[in-house]
Ligand binder design. Structure first.
Ligand code: UDP
Length: 479
């Protein structure tokens, strides 16, 4: 009898990472693989809730809790998720604690003896740990292959060293132009993140391969380039959020529960015409200053469009009182026309609603892919991470979006954008011939995405091929 393939999934402790990792573990479990997710204590209850539900549906999926050495690394006790890090200058300590997970991870591998370790891009050291147990390590970045390749070209050729504005060198497809202002700070100057970034890139080629949450047809030119030119083995198995049907309640995606009742939000949307509402949300970490939020409110009102706007609930402070007043007044004035959700929104559910005609996004890859999957065009407002690259793919390659004009990479707060630019971009995506064209293109990609994950589709085939290869590797190791 053949042994059941057992895979460990080890996500970085942040929403944008844990959400697709949970989806990925479920996806493998639906194919008969035994999936185990490694979670830190505060993330475990939510993950366990999902895995218990999957168990009831007959899937073999489990959660293992790993102790996070927060105090040992100089962080407050219980600080085991980036959400809990008290200030950005404590992030190096968070990553120090992450590196200290080497031994506890080894202990778990020794005890459970899985056949493969799928670990986050932020854990380059896991390749070495997996090698100690003679099992393959696979990287999961959570972003698209266009951005992975483009970032690697910038890292290898350093075009920004000689020019303020440059074309990504030796890159396939049409020219992709960038400015140094759009690049990550750690690419422009050496910081503690530079080593992490370099190590992460180097392990891509050293490890077994890379799982990509995207589908081949969406970015085939770059998928081929990533393998043929950059020499990475990659399996494009997405959109993985489409493959977890029945296991994850869409309103419960993410650790936090939606700040709004699912039915309240849907009832509001159901009263609206098709493609008549713009959705605005900037992911799980972006935290705009008050003056920026006011510009967004002004721009939305001036656009005359209906909207659902997710405003991150912030810690209470004296300044907040003033903010609450203007926001409350805005909400009141916009009643019926706009819905403000403070905190966490059921994003996938909202995007899938027929009333949604456009999405103002910070270009986190999960958000872009969720929009593509729902057939919704985007207004791109990149802030940090690899989001400027994701913007180029959406606007210049896929042509399903317009940029709002954010041109400076700035962690958490982004470039300041005036209300006039927001108003213009919202109108451009919601009304007129160009809006129709972008919407039609987005709908075509959505159809392709659905086909990719169906039986015999490209993503399903990639997944089967990967599972087949891992199974035969596991058999050889067991002999
Ligand atoms: N998300 C959500 N509700 C919110 C904000 C975000 O469900 O109010 C989800 C969103 O659907 C996506 C993830 O959180 O799956 C955010 O990931 P992304 O890569 O877009 O951005 P990040 O948060 O990593 O910057």
């Amino acid at each position: 009898m053949t042994q059941q393939l057992h895979i460990f999934f080890f996500p970085f402790m942040a929403h944008g990472h844990t959400i697709p990792f949970i989806d990925l573990a479920i996806l493998f479990a639906t194919k008969g693989v035994k999936s185990t997710i490694i979670a830190t204590p505060s993330n475990a209850p939510h993950i366990k809730k999902v895995t218990h539900k999957a168990n009831k549906l007959g899937y073999q999926i489990d959660t293992l809790v790993i102790k996070f050495p927060a105090v040992e690394a100089g962080l407050p006790d219980g600080c085991d998720d980036t959400d809990k890090v008290p200030s950005p200058d404590m992030m190096p300590k968070f990553f120090l604690a992450v590196e200290m997970l080497k031994q506890p991870l080894s202990d778990l591998l020794k005890q459970h003896r899985p056949h493969c370790l799928v670990a986050d891009m932020f854990f380059p050291w896991t390749t070495e740990v997996a090698a100690m147990f003679k099992i393959p390590r696979i990287v999961f970045h959570g972003t698209c292959v266009f951005s992975l390749s483009a970032m690697e070209h910038v890292r290898l050729y350093q075009p920004h060293k000689s020019k303020e504005t440059f074309t990504i060198p030796n890159f396939p497809g049409d020219d992709i132009n960038m400015t140094t202002a759009e690049l990550q700070d750690y690419v422009k100057q050496e910081t503690w993140r530079t080593k992490l970034f370099n190590d992460s890139k180097e392990t891509e080629s050293e490890c077994f391969g890379v799982i990509v949450n995207s589908f081949y047809e969406l970015e085939s030119v770059y998928a081929d380039h990533y393998t043929d030119f950059l020499g990475r083995r990659a399996w494009h198995v997405g959109p993985i959020s489409l493959s977890t049907k029945g296991v994850i309640n869409k309103a419960e995606r993410g650790k936090q529960y939606s700040s709004i009742e699912e039915h309240e939000c849907l009832k509001w949307l159901q009263s609206k015409d098709r493609n008549s509402v713009v959705y605005i949300c900037f992911g799980s970490t972006t935290n705009f200053v008050d003056s920026q939020l006011m510009e967004i409110a002004k721009g939305l009102e001036a656009s005359g469009q209906q909207f659902v706007w997710v405003v991150r609930k912030e810690k209470e402070s004296n300044d907040e009182k003033g903010k609450e007043n203007w926001l409350l007044e805005f909400e009141k004035r916009m009643e019926g026309k706009g819905l403000v959700i403070r905190g966490w929104a059921p994003q996938v559910l909202i995007l899938e609603n027929e009333a949604i005609g456009g999405f103002v996004t910070h270009c986190g890859w999960n958000s872009i892919l969720e929009s593509v999957t729902a057939g919704v065009p985007v207004i791109t407002w990149p802030v940090a991470a690899e989001q400027f690259y994701n913007e180029k793919l959406s606007v210049e390659v896929l042509k399903i979006g317009v940029g709002v004009g954010a041109r400076k990479w700035k962690r958490l707060v982004g470039d300041f954008v005036k209300s006039e630019a927001i108003e213009k971009a919202v109108k451009e995506i919601m009304v007129g011939e160009k809006a129709m064209e972008m919407r039609n293109r987005a709908k075509r990609f959505a159809d392709m995405a659905k086909k990719a994950v169906e039986d015999g589709g490209s993503s399903e085939s990639h997944l089967n091929a990967l599972i087949g290869e891992l199974s035969s590797t596991a058999m050889k190791t067991c002999k």
